[in-house]
Design a protein. Structure first.
Length: 571
Protein backbone atom coordinates (compact mmCIF):
# COMPACT_ATOMS: atom_id res chain seq x y z
CA UNK A 1 0.00 0.00 0.00
CA UNK A 2 1.58 3.27 -1.14
CA UNK A 3 1.15 5.93 1.55
CA UNK A 4 4.35 7.94 1.30
CA UNK A 5 6.82 7.45 -1.53
CA UNK A 6 10.21 6.11 -0.62
CA UNK A 7 12.54 8.72 -2.00
CA UNK A 8 16.21 8.38 -2.81
CA UNK A 9 17.21 11.73 -1.34
CA UNK A 10 20.80 11.44 -2.56
CA UNK A 11 19.64 11.06 -6.16
CA UNK A 12 17.14 13.90 -5.79
CA UNK A 13 19.77 16.19 -4.29
CA UNK A 14 22.07 15.52 -7.23
CA UNK A 15 19.52 16.64 -9.81
CA UNK A 16 17.43 19.17 -7.84
CA UNK A 17 19.31 22.31 -8.91
CA UNK A 18 19.18 21.33 -12.57
CA UNK A 19 15.51 20.36 -12.20
CA UNK A 20 14.54 23.72 -10.71
CA UNK A 21 16.51 25.56 -13.41
CA UNK A 22 14.74 23.56 -16.12
CA UNK A 23 11.34 24.29 -14.55
CA UNK A 24 12.16 28.01 -14.51
CA UNK A 25 13.31 27.79 -18.14
CA UNK A 26 10.08 26.06 -19.19
CA UNK A 27 7.98 28.62 -17.30
CA UNK A 28 9.88 31.56 -18.82
CA UNK A 29 9.51 30.25 -22.37
CA UNK A 30 5.80 29.72 -21.82
CA UNK A 31 5.47 33.25 -20.44
CA UNK A 32 7.23 34.63 -23.51
CA UNK A 33 4.95 32.58 -25.74
CA UNK A 34 1.89 34.05 -23.97
CA UNK A 35 3.14 37.51 -24.97
CA UNK A 36 3.80 36.44 -28.59
CA UNK A 37 1.41 33.52 -29.28
CA UNK A 38 2.42 33.32 -32.94
CA UNK A 39 5.95 32.20 -31.98
CA UNK A 40 5.74 28.41 -32.05
CA UNK A 41 9.46 28.04 -31.28
CA UNK A 42 8.95 29.45 -27.78
CA UNK A 43 6.14 26.96 -27.12
CA UNK A 44 8.22 24.05 -28.43
CA UNK A 45 11.17 25.11 -26.27
CA UNK A 46 8.90 25.01 -23.21
CA UNK A 47 7.51 21.58 -24.21
CA UNK A 48 11.04 20.20 -24.68
CA UNK A 49 11.97 21.42 -21.20
CA UNK A 50 8.83 19.82 -19.70
CA UNK A 51 9.73 16.50 -21.33
CA UNK A 52 13.18 16.76 -19.78
CA UNK A 53 11.62 17.50 -16.37
CA UNK A 54 9.34 14.49 -16.63
CA UNK A 55 12.19 12.19 -17.64
CA UNK A 56 14.31 13.30 -14.69
CA UNK A 57 11.44 12.88 -12.20
CA UNK A 58 10.80 9.40 -13.57
CA UNK A 59 14.48 8.58 -13.23
CA UNK A 60 14.55 9.50 -9.52
CA UNK A 61 11.19 7.70 -9.06
CA UNK A 62 9.29 10.70 -7.72
CA UNK A 63 6.05 9.44 -9.20
CA UNK A 64 3.60 12.02 -7.86
CA UNK A 65 5.67 14.85 -9.29
CA UNK A 66 6.23 12.76 -12.43
CA UNK A 67 2.46 12.50 -12.93
CA UNK A 68 2.07 16.26 -12.44
CA UNK A 69 4.76 16.87 -15.08
CA UNK A 70 3.01 14.41 -17.41
CA UNK A 71 -0.26 16.34 -17.09
CA UNK A 72 1.58 19.64 -17.71
CA UNK A 73 3.08 18.11 -20.85
CA UNK A 74 -0.27 16.75 -22.10
CA UNK A 75 -1.97 20.12 -21.63
CA UNK A 76 0.92 22.07 -23.17
CA UNK A 77 0.73 19.89 -26.28
CA UNK A 78 -2.90 20.90 -26.82
CA UNK A 79 -1.82 24.51 -27.41
CA UNK A 80 -1.63 25.53 -31.04
CA UNK A 81 0.20 28.73 -31.98
CA UNK A 82 -1.30 31.25 -34.40
CA UNK A 83 -4.88 29.97 -33.95
CA UNK A 84 -6.28 32.89 -32.00
CA UNK A 85 -7.64 30.54 -29.32
CA UNK A 86 -8.17 31.86 -25.78
CA UNK A 87 -5.19 30.46 -23.89
CA UNK A 88 -5.66 32.30 -20.58
CA UNK A 89 -7.19 29.33 -18.75
CA UNK A 90 -4.70 26.79 -20.07
CA UNK A 91 -1.64 28.97 -19.48
CA UNK A 92 -2.90 29.88 -16.01
CA UNK A 93 -3.23 26.22 -15.00
CA UNK A 94 0.23 25.35 -16.34
CA UNK A 95 1.78 28.38 -14.62
CA UNK A 96 0.19 27.30 -11.33
CA UNK A 97 1.67 23.82 -11.74
CA UNK A 98 5.11 25.32 -12.49
CA UNK A 99 4.79 27.25 -9.20
CA UNK A 100 3.94 24.14 -7.15
CA UNK A 101 6.44 21.70 -8.66
CA UNK A 102 9.68 23.23 -7.26
CA UNK A 103 7.98 23.79 -3.90
CA UNK A 104 7.08 20.10 -3.79
CA UNK A 105 10.67 19.15 -4.61
CA UNK A 106 11.89 21.36 -1.77
CA UNK A 107 9.27 19.86 0.57
CA UNK A 108 10.40 16.34 -0.35
CA UNK A 109 14.04 17.18 0.33
CA UNK A 110 13.23 18.78 3.69
CA UNK A 111 10.92 16.02 4.95
CA UNK A 112 12.87 13.20 3.25
CA UNK A 113 9.61 11.64 2.06
CA UNK A 114 7.28 11.97 -0.89
CA UNK A 115 3.58 12.64 -0.35
CA UNK A 116 2.09 12.38 -3.85
CA UNK A 117 -1.44 12.84 -2.48
CA UNK A 118 -0.57 16.52 -1.94
CA UNK A 119 -0.35 16.97 -5.70
CA UNK A 120 -3.77 15.47 -6.56
CA UNK A 121 -5.61 18.86 -6.54
CA UNK A 122 -3.05 20.38 -8.93
CA UNK A 123 -3.07 17.33 -11.18
CA UNK A 124 -6.86 17.52 -11.33
CA UNK A 125 -6.83 21.20 -12.25
CA UNK A 126 -4.74 20.32 -15.30
CA UNK A 127 -6.96 17.33 -16.12
CA UNK A 128 -10.08 19.47 -15.83
CA UNK A 129 -8.64 22.00 -18.27
CA UNK A 130 -7.88 19.11 -20.64
CA UNK A 131 -11.46 17.82 -20.16
CA UNK A 132 -10.26 14.58 -18.56
CA UNK A 133 -11.96 12.94 -15.54
CA UNK A 134 -10.44 13.83 -12.15
CA UNK A 135 -8.29 11.39 -10.21
CA UNK A 136 -9.71 10.36 -6.81
CA UNK A 137 -7.70 11.48 -3.80
CA UNK A 138 -7.08 7.78 -3.13
CA UNK A 139 -5.23 7.40 -6.47
CA UNK A 140 -1.88 6.63 -4.78
CA UNK A 141 -3.54 4.47 -2.10
CA UNK A 142 -3.60 0.71 -2.71
CA UNK A 143 -5.24 -1.01 0.27
CA UNK A 144 -6.45 -4.60 0.49
CA UNK A 145 -10.13 -4.67 -0.49
CA UNK A 146 -10.99 -7.94 1.22
CA UNK A 147 -12.30 -7.52 4.74
CA UNK A 148 -13.14 -9.84 7.60
CA UNK A 149 -16.71 -8.56 7.64
CA UNK A 150 -19.42 -10.03 9.86
CA UNK A 151 -23.01 -9.14 8.88
CA UNK A 152 -25.04 -7.41 11.58
CA UNK A 153 -28.28 -9.22 10.70
CA UNK A 154 -29.76 -11.91 8.49
CA UNK A 155 -31.72 -9.26 6.59
CA UNK A 156 -35.16 -7.69 6.92
CA UNK A 157 -38.41 -9.65 7.03
CA UNK A 158 -40.45 -6.89 5.34
CA UNK A 159 -42.47 -7.77 2.24
CA UNK A 160 -41.56 -6.29 -1.16
CA UNK A 161 -43.96 -3.36 -0.84
CA UNK A 162 -42.83 -2.49 2.67
CA UNK A 163 -39.18 -2.83 1.66
CA UNK A 164 -39.63 -0.51 -1.31
CA UNK A 165 -41.22 2.15 0.91
CA UNK A 166 -38.46 1.81 3.51
CA UNK A 167 -35.65 2.13 0.95
CA UNK A 168 -37.34 5.17 -0.58
CA UNK A 169 -37.59 6.77 2.87
CA UNK A 170 -33.97 5.97 3.73
CA UNK A 171 -32.78 7.46 0.45
CA UNK A 172 -34.71 10.64 1.21
CA UNK A 173 -33.05 10.73 4.63
CA UNK A 174 -29.62 10.33 3.02
CA UNK A 175 -30.34 13.01 0.41
CA UNK A 176 -31.49 15.56 3.00
CA UNK A 177 -28.17 15.14 4.81
CA UNK A 178 -26.19 15.08 1.55
CA UNK A 179 -27.68 18.36 0.33
CA UNK A 180 -26.83 20.14 3.57
CA UNK A 181 -23.34 18.63 3.73
CA UNK A 182 -22.64 19.84 0.18
CA UNK A 183 -23.94 23.31 1.07
CA UNK A 184 -21.96 23.39 4.34
CA UNK A 185 -25.09 23.62 6.54
CA UNK A 186 -25.08 21.88 9.95
CA UNK A 187 -22.44 19.52 8.60
CA UNK A 188 -22.00 17.25 11.68
CA UNK A 189 -25.76 16.65 11.91
CA UNK A 190 -26.03 16.22 8.14
CA UNK A 191 -23.33 13.55 8.21
CA UNK A 192 -25.01 11.92 11.21
CA UNK A 193 -28.35 11.54 9.46
CA UNK A 194 -26.63 10.09 6.37
CA UNK A 195 -24.76 7.67 8.63
CA UNK A 196 -28.08 6.58 10.15
CA UNK A 197 -29.54 5.87 6.70
CA UNK A 198 -26.57 3.64 5.78
CA UNK A 199 -26.79 1.80 9.11
CA UNK A 200 -30.38 0.90 8.28
CA UNK A 201 -29.40 -0.19 4.77
CA UNK A 202 -26.70 -2.46 6.19
CA UNK A 203 -29.31 -4.18 8.36
CA UNK A 204 -31.59 -4.61 5.33
CA UNK A 205 -28.72 -6.11 3.31
CA UNK A 206 -27.96 -8.76 5.92
CA UNK A 207 -25.30 -11.14 4.59
CA UNK A 208 -25.52 -9.96 0.97
CA UNK A 209 -22.50 -8.50 -0.82
CA UNK A 210 -23.62 -4.85 -0.75
CA UNK A 211 -23.82 -4.87 3.05
CA UNK A 212 -20.07 -4.15 3.07
CA UNK A 213 -20.58 -0.90 1.15
CA UNK A 214 -23.20 0.40 3.59
CA UNK A 215 -21.03 -0.70 6.53
CA UNK A 216 -17.95 1.06 5.14
CA UNK A 217 -20.01 4.10 4.11
CA UNK A 218 -21.41 4.51 7.63
CA UNK A 219 -17.89 4.26 9.09
CA UNK A 220 -16.68 6.88 6.61
CA UNK A 221 -19.43 9.30 7.61
CA UNK A 222 -18.67 8.68 11.28
CA UNK A 223 -15.00 9.48 10.64
CA UNK A 224 -15.89 12.66 8.75
CA UNK A 225 -18.32 13.74 11.48
CA UNK A 226 -16.24 13.01 14.59
CA UNK A 227 -12.89 14.14 13.17
CA UNK A 228 -14.13 17.26 11.40
CA UNK A 229 -12.69 16.02 8.10
CA UNK A 230 -12.73 18.44 5.20
CA UNK A 231 -15.80 18.18 2.94
CA UNK A 232 -13.79 18.67 -0.22
CA UNK A 233 -15.07 18.55 -3.78
CA UNK A 234 -13.69 15.01 -4.16
CA UNK A 235 -15.46 13.85 -1.00
CA UNK A 236 -18.74 15.45 -2.03
CA UNK A 237 -18.50 13.44 -5.24
CA UNK A 238 -17.78 10.30 -3.22
CA UNK A 239 -20.91 10.84 -1.09
CA UNK A 240 -22.93 11.47 -4.25
CA UNK A 241 -21.75 8.10 -5.58
CA UNK A 242 -23.15 6.48 -2.43
CA UNK A 243 -26.51 8.08 -3.18
CA UNK A 244 -26.37 6.61 -6.69
CA UNK A 245 -25.89 3.16 -5.20
CA UNK A 246 -28.98 3.67 -3.03
CA UNK A 247 -30.87 4.69 -6.18
CA UNK A 248 -29.82 1.42 -7.85
CA UNK A 249 -31.23 -0.43 -4.85
CA UNK A 250 -34.42 1.64 -5.03
CA UNK A 251 -34.82 0.92 -8.76
CA UNK A 252 -33.86 -2.77 -8.85
CA UNK A 253 -35.00 -3.92 -5.42
CA UNK A 254 -33.30 -6.49 -3.20
CA UNK A 255 -31.63 -8.17 -6.18
CA UNK A 256 -29.24 -5.19 -6.31
CA UNK A 257 -27.88 -6.20 -2.89
CA UNK A 258 -26.29 -9.30 -4.45
CA UNK A 259 -23.94 -7.22 -6.63
CA UNK A 260 -20.34 -6.65 -5.57
CA UNK A 261 -19.66 -3.11 -4.26
CA UNK A 262 -17.76 -0.87 -6.72
CA UNK A 263 -14.06 -1.32 -5.91
CA UNK A 264 -13.14 2.30 -6.72
CA UNK A 265 -15.79 3.64 -4.33
CA UNK A 266 -14.74 1.20 -1.59
CA UNK A 267 -11.13 2.33 -2.00
CA UNK A 268 -12.03 6.02 -1.70
CA UNK A 269 -14.21 5.41 1.37
CA UNK A 270 -11.47 3.38 3.01
CA UNK A 271 -8.94 6.15 2.36
CA UNK A 272 -11.19 8.69 4.11
CA UNK A 273 -11.58 6.37 7.12
CA UNK A 274 -7.79 5.96 7.28
CA UNK A 275 -7.38 9.77 7.45
CA UNK A 276 -9.20 10.01 10.80
CA UNK A 277 -6.77 10.92 13.58
CA UNK A 278 -9.18 9.56 16.23
CA UNK A 279 -11.19 6.73 14.64
CA UNK A 280 -14.60 6.09 16.22
CA UNK A 281 -16.07 2.66 16.96
CA UNK A 282 -17.22 2.02 13.39
CA UNK A 283 -13.95 3.27 11.88
CA UNK A 284 -11.94 1.08 14.27
CA UNK A 285 -13.92 -1.96 13.16
CA UNK A 286 -13.24 -1.13 9.51
CA UNK A 287 -9.50 -0.59 10.03
CA UNK A 288 -9.30 -3.87 11.92
CA UNK A 289 -11.40 -5.82 9.39
CA UNK A 290 -9.20 -4.66 6.49
CA UNK A 291 -6.01 -5.04 8.58
CA UNK A 292 -5.08 -1.55 7.43
CA UNK A 293 -1.79 -0.14 8.76
CA UNK A 294 -1.60 3.57 9.69
CA UNK A 295 -1.26 6.00 6.79
CA UNK A 296 1.38 8.04 8.54
CA UNK A 297 -0.67 11.24 8.27
CA UNK A 298 -4.18 12.47 9.05
CA UNK A 299 -6.61 14.72 7.21
CA UNK A 300 -5.41 17.61 9.36
CA UNK A 301 -1.79 16.87 8.41
CA UNK A 302 -2.81 16.77 4.76
CA UNK A 303 -4.46 20.19 4.97
CA UNK A 304 -1.48 21.69 6.79
CA UNK A 305 1.00 20.30 4.26
CA UNK A 306 -1.08 21.59 1.34
CA UNK A 307 -1.18 25.04 2.92
CA UNK A 308 2.59 24.87 3.40
CA UNK A 309 2.99 24.16 -0.32
CA UNK A 310 0.87 27.17 -1.24
CA UNK A 311 2.29 29.52 1.39
CA UNK A 312 0.87 31.16 4.51
CA UNK A 313 -2.92 31.36 4.87
CA UNK A 314 -4.93 34.42 5.81
CA UNK A 315 -6.52 34.84 9.25
CA UNK A 316 -9.93 33.30 9.58
CA UNK A 317 -13.02 35.09 10.81
CA UNK A 318 -12.84 32.96 13.96
CA UNK A 319 -9.41 34.34 14.85
CA UNK A 320 -10.62 37.90 14.28
CA UNK A 321 -13.57 37.25 16.58
CA UNK A 322 -11.16 35.93 19.22
CA UNK A 323 -9.13 39.17 19.05
CA UNK A 324 -12.31 41.23 19.35
CA UNK A 325 -13.38 39.32 22.44
CA UNK A 326 -9.93 39.72 24.02
CA UNK A 327 -10.09 43.48 23.51
CA UNK A 328 -13.57 43.64 25.01
CA UNK A 329 -12.36 41.65 28.01
CA UNK A 330 -9.46 44.08 28.53
CA UNK A 331 -11.77 47.10 28.33
CA UNK A 332 -14.14 45.65 30.92
CA UNK A 333 -11.24 44.86 33.27
CA UNK A 334 -9.94 48.44 32.99
CA UNK A 335 -13.42 49.82 33.70
CA UNK A 336 -13.75 47.59 36.75
CA UNK A 337 -10.37 48.72 38.08
CA UNK A 338 -11.16 52.38 37.48
CA UNK A 339 -14.46 52.12 39.37
CA UNK A 340 -12.52 51.06 42.47
CA UNK A 341 -9.72 53.64 42.09
CA UNK A 342 -9.49 56.55 44.53
CA UNK A 343 -9.24 59.10 41.69
CA UNK A 344 -12.44 57.84 40.06
CA UNK A 345 -10.48 56.10 37.32
CA UNK A 346 -8.72 59.14 35.85
CA UNK A 347 -5.42 57.27 35.80
CA UNK A 348 -6.94 54.46 33.69
CA UNK A 349 -8.57 56.69 31.05
CA UNK A 350 -5.56 56.81 28.68
CA UNK A 351 -5.25 53.02 28.52
CA UNK A 352 -9.03 52.63 28.26
CA UNK A 353 -9.26 55.03 25.32
CA UNK A 354 -6.36 53.30 23.51
CA UNK A 355 -8.02 49.87 23.80
CA UNK A 356 -11.33 51.24 22.56
CA UNK A 357 -9.72 52.87 19.52
CA UNK A 358 -7.90 49.60 18.74
CA UNK A 359 -11.16 47.64 19.01
CA UNK A 360 -12.94 50.23 16.85
CA UNK A 361 -10.27 49.88 14.16
CA UNK A 362 -10.67 46.08 14.07
CA UNK A 363 -14.45 46.42 13.86
CA UNK A 364 -14.05 48.83 10.97
CA UNK A 365 -11.75 46.41 9.11
CA UNK A 366 -14.32 43.58 9.29
CA UNK A 367 -17.07 45.94 8.14
CA UNK A 368 -18.88 46.71 11.41
CA UNK A 369 -18.81 50.45 10.84
CA UNK A 370 -21.74 51.24 13.13
CA UNK A 371 -20.21 49.54 16.16
CA UNK A 372 -16.81 51.04 15.27
CA UNK A 373 -18.24 54.58 15.16
CA UNK A 374 -19.95 54.06 18.52
CA UNK A 375 -16.67 53.06 20.16
CA UNK A 376 -14.75 55.95 18.60
CA UNK A 377 -17.34 58.39 19.96
CA UNK A 378 -16.97 56.92 23.45
CA UNK A 379 -13.17 56.99 23.17
CA UNK A 380 -13.39 60.70 22.27
CA UNK A 381 -15.58 61.27 25.34
CA UNK A 382 -13.00 59.54 27.55
CA UNK A 383 -10.25 61.75 26.10
CA UNK A 384 -12.39 64.79 26.93
CA UNK A 385 -12.81 63.66 30.56
CA UNK A 386 -9.06 63.09 30.83
CA UNK A 387 -8.21 66.51 29.37
CA UNK A 388 -10.66 68.17 31.78
CA UNK A 389 -9.07 66.17 34.61
CA UNK A 390 -12.45 64.96 35.85
CA UNK A 391 -13.94 61.49 36.24
CA UNK A 392 -17.09 60.57 34.34
CA UNK A 393 -20.41 61.14 36.07
CA UNK A 394 -23.00 58.41 36.61
CA UNK A 395 -24.97 59.12 33.42
CA UNK A 396 -21.83 59.14 31.28
CA UNK A 397 -20.78 55.77 32.70
CA UNK A 398 -24.23 54.35 31.94
CA UNK A 399 -23.91 55.51 28.32
CA UNK A 400 -20.43 53.98 28.10
CA UNK A 401 -21.70 50.66 29.49
CA UNK A 402 -24.61 50.77 27.03
CA UNK A 403 -22.21 51.25 24.12
CA UNK A 404 -20.03 48.34 25.25
CA UNK A 405 -23.09 46.11 25.64
CA UNK A 406 -24.11 46.97 22.08
CA UNK A 407 -20.66 46.13 20.72
CA UNK A 408 -20.43 42.91 22.73
CA UNK A 409 -23.86 41.79 21.50
CA UNK A 410 -22.84 42.53 17.91
CA UNK A 411 -19.60 40.54 18.21
CA UNK A 412 -21.34 37.63 19.96
CA UNK A 413 -23.98 37.52 17.25
CA UNK A 414 -21.44 37.51 14.43
CA UNK A 415 -19.45 34.74 16.08
CA UNK A 416 -22.38 32.37 15.56
CA UNK A 417 -23.08 33.43 11.96
CA UNK A 418 -21.30 33.21 8.64
CA UNK A 419 -19.68 36.61 8.12
CA UNK A 420 -21.00 37.71 4.72
CA UNK A 421 -21.24 41.21 3.27
CA UNK A 422 -25.02 40.97 3.44
CA UNK A 423 -24.97 40.10 7.12
CA UNK A 424 -22.44 42.83 7.89
CA UNK A 425 -24.71 45.34 6.18
CA UNK A 426 -27.63 44.04 8.19
CA UNK A 427 -25.67 44.26 11.45
CA UNK A 428 -24.73 47.87 10.74
CA UNK A 429 -28.31 48.86 9.95
CA UNK A 430 -29.80 47.47 13.15
CA UNK A 431 -30.57 49.87 15.97
CA UNK A 432 -28.52 49.37 19.13
CA UNK A 433 -31.59 48.42 21.16
CA UNK A 434 -32.53 45.78 18.56
CA UNK A 435 -29.07 44.20 18.61
CA UNK A 436 -28.99 44.00 22.41
CA UNK A 437 -32.54 42.66 22.63
CA UNK A 438 -31.86 40.16 19.85
CA UNK A 439 -28.78 38.84 21.64
CA UNK A 440 -30.64 38.41 24.93
CA UNK A 441 -33.60 36.75 23.20
CA UNK A 442 -31.25 34.39 21.37
CA UNK A 443 -29.77 33.28 24.70
CA UNK A 444 -33.24 32.54 26.09
CA UNK A 445 -34.20 30.60 22.95
CA UNK A 446 -30.96 28.62 23.13
CA UNK A 447 -31.87 27.47 26.66
CA UNK A 448 -35.21 26.15 25.36
CA UNK A 449 -33.55 24.39 22.41
CA UNK A 450 -30.91 22.76 24.62
CA UNK A 451 -33.62 21.49 26.98
CA UNK A 452 -35.47 20.08 23.97
CA UNK A 453 -32.28 18.34 22.78
CA UNK A 454 -31.82 16.86 26.25
CA UNK A 455 -35.40 15.58 26.15
CA UNK A 456 -34.83 13.87 22.81
CA UNK A 457 -31.55 12.34 24.04
CA UNK A 458 -33.37 11.02 27.13
CA UNK A 459 -36.07 9.54 24.87
CA UNK A 460 -33.46 7.71 22.76
CA UNK A 461 -31.82 6.24 25.88
CA UNK A 462 -35.20 5.11 27.20
CA UNK A 463 -36.05 3.41 23.90
CA UNK A 464 -32.68 1.66 23.86
CA UNK A 465 -33.23 0.37 27.41
CA UNK A 466 -36.75 -0.71 26.42
CA UNK A 467 -35.36 -2.83 23.58
CA UNK A 468 -32.50 -4.26 25.67
CA UNK A 469 -34.86 -5.30 28.50
CA UNK A 470 -37.08 -7.40 26.23
CA UNK A 471 -39.59 -4.52 26.03
CA UNK A 472 -40.14 -3.73 29.70
CA UNK A 473 -42.68 -0.88 29.80
CA UNK A 474 -41.05 0.57 32.89
CA UNK A 475 -38.30 2.08 30.73
CA UNK A 476 -40.67 4.12 28.58
CA UNK A 477 -43.53 5.01 30.92
CA UNK A 478 -42.22 8.59 31.32
CA UNK A 479 -41.25 9.15 27.68
CA UNK A 480 -44.62 10.66 26.80
CA UNK A 481 -44.26 13.29 29.53
CA UNK A 482 -40.70 14.04 28.40
CA UNK A 483 -41.78 14.52 24.80
CA UNK A 484 -44.72 16.71 25.85
CA UNK A 485 -42.22 18.98 27.60
CA UNK A 486 -40.21 19.15 24.38
CA UNK A 487 -43.43 19.91 22.48
CA UNK A 488 -44.11 22.79 24.87
CA UNK A 489 -40.69 24.23 24.08
CA UNK A 490 -41.40 24.04 20.36
CA UNK A 491 -44.70 25.85 20.91
CA UNK A 492 -42.93 28.61 22.88
CA UNK A 493 -40.51 29.04 19.96
CA UNK A 494 -43.45 29.02 17.53
CA UNK A 495 -42.05 25.96 15.76
CA UNK A 496 -45.48 24.54 15.08
CA UNK A 497 -44.48 21.88 12.56
CA UNK A 498 -41.97 20.41 15.02
CA UNK A 499 -44.62 20.52 17.77
CA UNK A 500 -47.02 18.56 15.55
CA UNK A 501 -44.34 15.92 14.86
CA UNK A 502 -43.69 15.49 18.59
CA UNK A 503 -47.41 15.17 19.26
CA UNK A 504 -47.54 12.22 16.85
CA UNK A 505 -44.48 10.73 18.59
CA UNK A 506 -46.35 10.83 21.90
CA UNK A 507 -49.35 9.13 20.27
CA UNK A 508 -47.11 6.34 18.96
CA UNK A 509 -45.63 5.78 22.43
CA UNK A 510 -49.03 5.67 24.12
CA UNK A 511 -51.06 3.85 21.45
CA UNK A 512 -48.48 1.34 20.23
CA UNK A 513 -45.56 0.81 22.62
CA UNK A 514 -47.40 1.02 25.95
CA UNK A 515 -50.17 -1.43 25.03
CA UNK A 516 -50.20 -4.80 26.78
CA UNK A 517 -49.83 -6.85 23.59
CA UNK A 518 -46.58 -6.02 21.85
CA UNK A 519 -46.97 -5.51 18.09
CA UNK A 520 -45.39 -7.86 15.58
CA UNK A 521 -41.92 -6.80 14.33
CA UNK A 522 -41.54 -4.37 17.24
CA UNK A 523 -37.79 -3.99 16.63
CA UNK A 524 -38.49 -2.76 13.10
CA UNK A 525 -41.03 -0.29 14.52
CA UNK A 526 -38.49 0.99 17.04
CA UNK A 527 -35.91 1.51 14.29
CA UNK A 528 -38.43 3.53 12.29
CA UNK A 529 -39.43 5.55 15.35
CA UNK A 530 -35.74 6.24 16.03
CA UNK A 531 -35.54 7.70 12.50
CA UNK A 532 -38.28 10.18 13.50
CA UNK A 533 -36.41 11.21 16.65
CA UNK A 534 -33.18 11.63 14.68
CA UNK A 535 -35.03 13.82 12.16
CA UNK A 536 -36.17 16.04 15.03
CA UNK A 537 -32.63 16.23 16.42
CA UNK A 538 -31.34 17.27 13.02
CA UNK A 539 -33.95 20.03 12.78
CA UNK A 540 -33.12 21.37 16.26
CA UNK A 541 -29.45 21.47 15.37
CA UNK A 542 -30.32 23.61 12.35
CA UNK A 543 -32.52 25.91 14.45
CA UNK A 544 -29.65 26.50 16.88
CA UNK A 545 -27.69 28.38 14.24
CA UNK A 546 -30.60 29.78 12.24
CA UNK A 547 -34.02 30.34 13.80
CA UNK A 548 -35.53 30.58 10.32
CA UNK A 549 -34.03 27.23 9.23
CA UNK A 550 -36.00 25.36 6.58
CA UNK A 551 -38.36 22.99 8.39
CA UNK A 552 -38.60 20.77 5.30
CA UNK A 553 -36.07 18.48 7.01
CA UNK A 554 -38.92 17.49 9.35
CA UNK A 555 -40.30 15.51 6.42
CA UNK A 556 -37.91 12.73 7.51
CA UNK A 557 -39.69 12.48 10.86
CA UNK A 558 -43.13 12.86 9.27
CA UNK A 559 -42.47 10.06 6.76
CA UNK A 560 -41.25 7.77 9.55
CA UNK A 561 -44.36 8.42 11.65
CA UNK A 562 -46.56 7.93 8.58
CA UNK A 563 -44.92 4.51 8.11
CA UNK A 564 -45.82 3.74 11.74
CA UNK A 565 -49.47 4.61 11.10
CA UNK A 566 -49.37 7.95 12.92
CA UNK A 567 -49.79 10.68 10.35
CA UNK A 568 -48.65 14.09 11.54
CA UNK A 569 -51.58 16.50 11.74
CA UNK A 570 -50.58 20.18 11.36
CA UNK A 571 -51.25 22.30 14.43
Amino acid sequence: MLQNERVNISSLNLVSNELVATIEHAANKLEQFAATPDNGDLLQSSIDAIEQIRGTLNLVQLYGADLLAEEILCLAKTIEPQTGQDLSGTLGKITGAFFILPRYLEYTQQTRRGMPVLLIPYINELRQEAKKPPLPESHFFTPPLKANYKPKSAGSALDAEGMSALIRRLRHMFQVGLLNAIQGKQVPSALGIMERALERLEIIAGGRAMAQLWWLGAATLEAMRTNNLEISKARKLCLTLLDRQIKVLQDKGLLALEAQPPAALMKQLLFIVALAHKPGAKAQQVLSAFALPPLGYSDSDLRNEREALKGPSINTVASVMAVLKDELRSIKEILENSSQASDGGLGEYGELSAHMVKLADILSVVGLTSASSTLKEEAANIDTWQEANRPADKQELVELADALLYVESTVTGLDSLNLTDEKLLKANSLARQEVIASSQLAEAEMVVIKEAESGLALTKRALSSFADSNYDHGHIKNVGATLNTVRGGMTILNLQRAAAVINSCVEFIEDTLLVNDQPVAIQQLLETFADAIIGLEYYLDAVKTDRSADDAVLAIAEESLQALGHRVIPV
